[in-house]
Design a protein around this ligand. Structure first.
Ligand SMILES: *Cc1c(COP(=O)(O)O)cnc(C)c1O
Length: 254
């Protein structure tokens, strides 16, 4: 019999712990880093609807999913719809062209964090304009950047990112480009210095802000997960995506 590990994990305590840690790090962050207080996105992938509802009841509003099918199920789950009216869903996984319409028609979709090509951006723009009336605000998106250059990871190449930024902000009126995102290499050894993925994402952030005359605070930086969100915040992250520290460890997907 499968044991439900979720019931043993105190989600409320996990969430409060992470929020407390975010506040602590903010106090220590060097003053020259001009960045807003980070938004916490609770990554609920592989966790049941109950877990989402429990975190929502504790006050959490932003949730992240990286499998299309799971987002389809959870965002339309009757209990979540009934009990979490102000929930905001962030899609943080790889998005295939044939899943675009499915994702964009989901209730309470707040942001797509993983736009990594002109082609995908153009398709999202067209799909949003078709699905939504003109009175609807544009779709919020982040550009995902493959800062570690790993072949298995999605994301646009670091040096191509500013160009994609220009392309989307100039041409795609149904998208609201609000920032950039990276996943980065796993298992970085912090005793060797700052995480190079975070360094490169912050460099891209600076060059985008300069090239487009934007204030640093107007371009979101999504970086940092359970094992390093504090390090990311120290460097200027304004969106952290935290899963296991809130919901407990995930069973490995079969
Ligand atoms: C799973 C996942 C996270 C959260 O990972 P944890 O280590 O559980 O905090 C963050 N971002 C993305 C893109 C993910 O897929």
């Amino acid at each position: 019999m499968l044991r439900r590990t979720m019931a043993e994990f105190d989600i409320k305590a996990g969430l409060q712990q992470v929020l407390k840690r975010i506040d602590e790090v903010l106090l220590q962050r060097p003053k020259e880093i001009q960045a807003a207080k980070p938004l916490l996105v609770a990554v609920s992938k592989t966790k049941p609807a109950d877990a989402v509802i429990e975190a929502y009841k504790t006050g959490q509003r932003d949730f992240g999913e990286n499998y299309v099918q799971e987002l389809v199920e959870k965002s339309q789950h009757p209990e979540i719809l009934a009990q979490c009216p102000d929930i905001k869903w962030h899609f943080i996984g790889h998005l295939q062209n044939n899943k675009i319409n499915k994702i964009l028609s989901l209730p309470n979709l707040h942001m797509i964090q993983t736009v990594d090509s002109e082609k995908l951006a153009t398709k999202l723009d067209a799909a949003w304009s078709k699905l939504k009336p003109d009175t609807e605000p544009p779709l919020r998106v982040l550009i995902q950047i493959n800062t570690s250059g790993e072949e298995a990871k999605s994301g646009i190449e670091t040096k191509e990112a500013p160009k994609l930024y220009q392309f989307i902000s100039k041409n795609l009126k149904h998208l609201q480009l609000v920032g950039i995102m990276t996943i980065g290499a796993f298992g970085f050894d912090y005793s060797t210095g700052p995480n190079p993925d975070f360094v490169s994402l912050m460099e891209v952030h600076r060059s985008i802000c300069e090239a487009n005359s934007l204030t640093p605070n107007s371009v979101l930086v999504s970086m940092g997960m359970s094992n390093d969100y504090d390090r990311a915040i120290e460097m200027g992250s304004t969106v952290v995506r935290v899963g296991s520290s809130i919901f407990g460890h995930r069973a490995v997907k079969a």
